[in-house]
Design a binder for this molecule. Structure first.
Ligand SMILES: [Fe+2]
Length: 404
């Protein structure tokens, strides 16, 4: 997921039309003095910014006027619409900001939404290594033409890349029994048996994605780099996880400032094989669909402090379930030391804290179980000012998302 300050890359996306960030709704009012002023007052008091309003006499009822309104996806829309419904007749939301309705819709995301390739930040260990940057771009480009019904491109990793993987793998496998949560360790063993996780070779995404689909319906989708928070979270609603394929720089196997194949396969995959965790990740995704940017930012932070760097209290002991920690030997060790600052995960408070994306964290958040995590997130989802809900419907063809 890209930096949270990137406002959903709306300028870059092909599908981008003005209506992608707008909400269109209609209602009728009785033709009495002050009715329209009352409706406008409601919208104003909830900071709803109107972009267009059209009024026509109701052809079926001469006592009424019909209004079609377009507004920005900002302000307290849910509250404003609830009040408007009390004074208006036939209130209807006509359109909401675009979000993917099925897995095929993910093909509509413009590759430019991803940030990939040569422009590494100066703190990246491969910043001064031209060969590394060239290879990283080569691997990243493999996924650029990917469509949902394609096989995930196979990467023929070099001996040097396999060595880097082996170094990372061996160090982490030593730490997992004492540091990782029980769910992670259980599923990691399964991956060793069923997907041939081992130090000597890097598993291919296609094999691992099939394994996940059989376990929880989650699937991996190859990505050339980081993606905007809105698009990244939307894919989670469809139980789809954007996954990079290139590997970190050999000079720093214990830490990477960006996702890489070690981070994805070792950090994320074992948890996505657990139904409770998969449900939690999907809930974050569902809450993001069509939500205002302000809410997307909160959800991105909650995603970070749980899925990436979350801690669990298990039988009275601190354990790790966050993927960024489980793929970094350095921080995995650091986060469980007595000196680490740990707070209780509370979505309302935690979402106020800006994440540290390319260094180790100064605070971690702990929860008691994935059940409790789910419960807290569901409660938090109610604070969304989005004036509609989205339901996930499972069918033989996959997951479909429906506005309700
Ligand atoms: Fe990640």
């Amino acid at each position: 997921m890209a930096d949270e300050n990137q406002p959903c890359s709306s300028k870059k996306r092909k599908r981008n039309t003005e209506m992608e960030t707008k909400i269109k709704f209609s209602f009728s009012l009785t033709n009495k003095i002050g009715m329209l002023a009352g409706a406008l007052d409601i919208l104003k008091s909830h900071e709803v910014n109107l972009c267009h309003i059209n009024s026509t006499p109701n052809t079926e009822n001469s006592e009424e006027f019909h209004f079609i309104v377009i507004c920005d996806n900002t302000g307290e829309l849910k509250e404003a619409f609830a009040k408007l419904k009390k004074i208006a007749i036939n209130f209807e939301i006509m359109s909401v900001p675009w979000f993917p309705k099925d897995i095929g819709d993910l093909d509509n995301i413009d590759p430019k939404t991803f940030t990939s390739g040569e422009e590494l930040k100066a703190e990246h260990p491969g910043f001064n290594d031209a060969e590394y940057k060239k290879r990283r771009t080569e691997v990243a480009k493999l996924s650029c033409d990917y469509k949902h019904d394609h096989k995930i491109p196979r990467v023929y990793y070099t001996k040097e890349e396999r060595n880097t993987w082996g170094t990372v793998y061996n160090k982490l496998v030593e730490l997992y029994p004492d540091h990782a949560c029980a769910t992670f360790n259980r599923n990691f063993q399964l991956l060793q048996t069923e997907c041939n996780y081992r130090a000597t070779d890097i598993p291919q995404l296609e094999v691992v994605s099939k394994f996940l689909q059989n376990r929880t319906g989650f699937r991996l989708r190859p990505a050339p780099g980081l993606i905007s928070p809105r698009d990244f979270l939307a894919a989670l609603a469809l139980r789809t996880f954007y996954t990079t394929q290139y590997i970190r720089h050999k000079s720093k196997p214990e830490f990477t400032p960006e996702p890489d194949i070690c981070h994805e396969l070792l950090g994320h995959v074992p948890l996505f094989a657990d139904e409770d965790f998969a449900q939690f990740a999907q809930e974050i995704g569902l809450a993001s669909l069509g939500a205002p940017f302000k809410h997307i930012r909160k959800l991105s932070r909650l995603y970070w402090y749980t899925v990436e760097v979350g801690l669990l209290k298990e039988d009275g002991k601190k354990k790790v379930y966050g993927a960024a920690l489980l793929s970094s030997a350095h921080e995995l060790d650091l986060c469980l030391r007595d000196s680490a600052k740990i707070e209780i995960f509370d979505p309302e408070e935690t979402c106020k804290k800006k994440p540290i994306l390319s260094e180790t964290q100064n605070t971690y958040f702990e929860t008691e179980s994935f059940d409790i995590l789910n419960e807290k997130m569901r409660k938090f989802a109610e604070t969304n000012s989005r004036p509609f809900d989205v339901e996930a419907i499972w069918s033989a063809e996959g997951i479909f998302l429906k506005r309700c």
